[in-house]
Structures are given as structure tokens and as C-alpha cells.
Unconditional design. Sequence first.
Length: 257
Amino acid sequence: MRLATWNVNSVKARLPRLLAWLADSAPDVLCLQETKCAADAFPVDEVAELGYATAVHGDGRWNGVALLSRVGLDDVVTGFPDEPGFPEPEARAISATCGGVRVWSIYVPNGRTPDSPHYTYKLAWLRGLRDALAAELGDGRQLAVCGDFNVAPTDADVWDPTLFVGSTHVTAPERQALTELRDLGLLDVVPQPMKGPNPFTYWDYRAGMFHQDKGMRIDLVYASAPFSDRIRTAYIDREARKGKTPSDHAPIVVDAD
């Protein structure tokens, strides 16, 4: 199985790039985040021409997640039980069984600033996700949680930790939330960079940030042991971050037996 995840930052704005990437990289399952697309406006027909079934959770605003699969798309669930909202639940999680693996595509709230109500919401959302995953992991199934977590797990996952002091994405409570996810038995699948030493997945659009590799690793793949044991390689597709009108995130591609 080839599993991939990509914060596409608007599926409509990135559609030609998305279709070209699907045709070239040929993942069996692709998790998308920040689709910014209502469910009934998603380009289902276009991706179907490439052999993909689609499950979408989106309201057409700033969030939105989707799953594309050519190995089955069963038991689709949008959101999770008792999901926190801001104030209402947002389109931030979708899961389905694809080729025998329970796959989640998630888009964790940004948090904005540590003194913002959105930060409190972010931590509550991560706690709710942990509880939902604990229930799913109880049967020892193959499971992968993929997406934009909006948290850099360690200081090595940001290009200059000193610049992020007092900011979201690196605070102790956010990182503790990731630790609690891993404590469920999930393993952090750290992908290899295609260039340079840093496994960054996000680079701000500001001039020079990408070319200077001033980025962050905030897109993650967390896998249960039964699935992680199958993984052969994982890499960050930096090429997808290049060129005209790219997303500010690069895809992660995971190949498993």
C-alpha cells in the first residue's frame, strides 16, 4: 500500500497540481486537509477518472478534509464522538477503512496564540481525538492517523526554535498532547527529506523561506504497530512544493508491504 497525506490549501486552487500529482505518484490512499471545499463541490468526477473513490467532510470555508482511495473506502465516519467545536464542530476529521487499514485524515486547529480561546479549543480537540483513537485501537487493528497536526513534535522539527518561543505549535501542552497520542501505541513515522537534513513539511509563503529550508515538520503520520511494521519507506515530496501556485505544505508518502 502507498499511503500519502497532503495539506493542499484549497483543492480548487490546487486541482491541476493535485490531479497531476495523483497521476504521477499513484498513492493507493491520499489524505487531504484544508480542502476549503464543501462536500458537494469536491471534484469527485475528476479524481474518479484516475480510479479514486472519495469521502469528503467540508463546509466550504477554511477547513475541510477528504480521503481518496483506490483500495476501498468502507465505514466512513466524519468527525468523532463528542468532538469539540468553536463553537460548533468543524470539518477537521474523517476516517474510513481502506485496504484493511483504518485511515484518518485530520486537520488539527491552529491555536493562533497561546492566550487565544482557539488554543484552548486546539488542546480540547486533541484530547477528544485521543479518546476517539483509544476506542479504535482497542482491537489491535492496523490504523494510520495522517494530516496537519499543527504541532512540531520537537525543537528539531522547526528551523529556528528560538524564534518560536511563546508561539503556538511548539508549546509544552501541545507537545504533551502528541505524547499522549503516541502513548496509545501510535508510532511517529518520520519521513526522509528529499533534499537536506530536515524532514520539514511546511514552509511559509514568504519569499525565500522554502528555498532556505526555513520550515517546520507539522504534517505527521502516526501508525499503530500492526501497520508500522509493514512500512518500508516514507519520504517528503518536496517537488510538489515547487513551481507555480503550490500549497505551502509538501505531501508525505509512505510505502508499506
